[in-house]
Design a protein around this ligand. Sequence first.
Ligand code: SF4
Length: 584
Amino acid sequence: MIRDHFRVLIVDLSAGRSTITDIDGRNTVAGGSGLAALLFEKYGILDKPWNEPGQPLIFAIGPLTGYFPLMSKTVCAFKSPYHDQFAESHGGGRSALSLRFADYDALVITGKAKTPSALIVGSRRIEIKDVHYLWGTDLQFTGKALRQMFPGAGHRTILRIGPAGERQSPMACITADTYRHFGRLGGGAVMGSKNLKAIMIHGDSSFLLPEGKDYVTVFDKVYKDMTDTEMMSKYHNLGTPGNVRVMNDLKALPIRNLQATADPATEGISGERFAEVALLRNAACAGCPVGCIHIGFVRERFQEENRYLYRQISYDHELIFAVGSMLGVMDCFEVLKLIDVAEKMGLDVMSPGVALAWATEALAKGIITEKETLLPLAFGNSASYQAALQHMAYGTNEFYQLLSQSTAKAAERYGGGDFACVLGQEMAGYATGEAFFVSQALGFRHSHLDSGGYSYDQKPKGKNVEDAVKFLIKDEKGRVFLTSMVSCLFARGVYTDEVLGNCLKSVGYVALADSMDTVAEEIQRLRWKLRVMTGYSPENVSIPKRFTEITTWKGQIDSVFLSGLKEQYASAILSLAGTDTKKG
Ligand code: SF4
């Protein structure tokens, strides 16, 4: 049965206590992104640093989780170690359905455990367990150990961190069930700061599906659109790695620290090449009939025993770009080895890849030396990059400690800011043009998924600043509502406003269905308000020179359009936050 309020589990690690509380707001913030923002407004300490023990780590799901396919994401919210501001990161796997089956709309974790711990949560069980013996172990070992210690299957998720999270690197991710991640902006460091090695959520309860034929009719349509039409098949077939060739053909693929945007050698890491030689199988998040997760393999040799083992590693476009084209590594098995190292260390793959690309160019230019890098970093040298990723995770020396904070911080210390490929955070794998650069640089999550700037760049729309800003704001609003439903954004072609409205009504959220537009606006406003109140100044974001030096299929980047768009988008964000004249 649906509830009009949110049922939230709050765990205080310092006190070793938990409470379950009902919170109003279903018809104003819906769930997911909206609920996470509401909870951050309630429990976040806006003027204290991200690692203050009282700061909350929030996981929130949406009203349609468990009722419809691909409502499979969990929104994780926290004050980010990357910039000390309110942030969101989205992850899938079994996390969302496990929370639904445990009968919680959200989990809020505050405080700091006395010793390295695992938090175990279910509908009838909440436990904080000392796992100090797992501190320092990599994610592969931790995963195996946790599965043995807490056997179980079905709706159970294991969220865990590696050495990078323990060391509180802002590039540390939270890994969900091995192949999915709360990747960016340092959720892993927040867990590390709370002495939390792992969270296990047992979906050990059940819930009833709506009676009557409306729900079945709507479900059938959604399911058919996802499985019988072309709308989703591209994600299953080649998947996002298919973008490598597309972006390269458009001269929009960042290569060797964005010194180039196309190179025939990228064929060695195209989605087609991966599918031909390295793809083992597809996998899916719980509740998803599409299965976009592509899993490849590398062979590992055990010298002493003279035997080999296959290791399975998931890959997608962003990862191939970050440790492939960006590092000049053009062999798919070498890319998988690099992903594997980052995964074991609990590093988000994207930011370290882009950071190492900057370090490589900085070394070649003599801005830094091997005294700092400890390795002969050079484009294409996969072995050096594998070792460098470990240095970043463990913070071996001052240079790697700084680089694992952010590329911008390293460039601030050593120089080379002009060619640091940073758009709010390390760039995503699309060099499509001005709208994308501005949307990632200023966007809420500094993600390519905040709004469709990359698609705007690919449409013959001309260079009208006002038109581009309107597009970014409107597109963001639609996406914010989808992430408040916790829909996988790959399903945005299926979940149109009309379909979402029908879905909500069919399970009983009639008032929410009737006010979707107003609710979306409210959530968009609330998120920006909190972001600005925690220190964000979009007008101060800069876009490094490298982004103006490139050429795409449209020609040279237009610096005048870029800066006009940046200025007006910043002002639109402040206006949304309600702080366009004065912050606070
Ligand atoms: S399409 Fe991919 S990311 Fe989205 S829910 Fe399905 S498996 Fe997960």
